[in-house]
Write a protein that binds this ligand. Sequence first.
Ligand code: AHG
Ligand code: MN
Ligand code: MN
Length: 316
Amino acid sequence: MIQRRITLRDFIDLEDKLIATGTGEFKDVVMRIVESCLEIAGELEMAELSTNMGESHSTNIFGEVQKKLDIFSNDRLVKNLSESTAVYSIASEEMDTTDFVNKQQGRYTVFFDPIDGSSNLASHISLGTLFSIFSKEDKILLPGNQQLAAGYMYYSNTIEFVYTSRIGKVNIFTLDQSSGEFILTHKNIRMPSIGKIYSINEGRELLFSKSLQNYLKMLKEHTYKLRYVGSMAADIHRTLMEGGIFLYPSDKENPNGKLRLLFEVNPVAMIVENAGGLARVGTENPLDITPESTDQRVPVVLGSKREVEYFLNMMM
Ligand code: AHG
Ligand code: MN
Ligand code: MN
């Protein structure tokens, strides 16, 4: 535990000066994401007592049936961010391309996955809100290495804000429920370079390539532990803190895997890389991929540096 209490508010104030314009606009964007996440956390806590549990009657652009809480969370983020004069553009996993917000003014574009892991909502398993912030450029679809800042809110037995920026460090802030402030609890974290935990939807193994099947067999021969939540935020958070490897690969049915480059892979890849781990799509860093469309999916592997290197060697 860090002795002097550094609040997220003060930390982002400094970030505004170091990586943005120093006008408070960048801070406004980050704090609106945080405030939205607190509203989402409140709703998650009360959902069983309200009418916000269960499925809606709509599907998103990925053909997935939206949960009522997916829609609620998306709406909170869209509303709060739209009201900021600093925000130019907003796009999310739960919005149709035609609904993407494009304003006349503002310096920043924000991409987000309002609730990651929403298939776990009914069983109250840990979830996340993933976000990615870019400076406004002529093009909206920029590679992740242009992200100004990224991270996720992690809703678990504690609420944590995992944040990284162009400065290249990863810091974690924990919600102090008594003051409502997020306090820096994990400064400049570095993920372990090895970790005997693997995380993959192994139920799809028969659809995987032979080399991936051999890799999984090798992990079992070395008694690796299998841990798979099915909320990427939770699987990545564990990998960040304890080390190991997370995979959502291509398979015979899904040649590009499942995870979305803009809304899911970019933010977690920036976190993992800035914490000393590796993120790869094939042999490429996902942060170097220029997106072709907002709904682009990529097969991804992320985790401890040596575990990912070993995986890449075995796949060659
Ligand atoms: P979302 O809840 O935003 O749709 O994301 C779900 C994602 C991700 O969180 C997780 O890693 C993956 O889907 C799980 O997919 P499988 O159920 O195919 O394992
Ligand atoms: Mn997701
Ligand atoms: Mn989602």
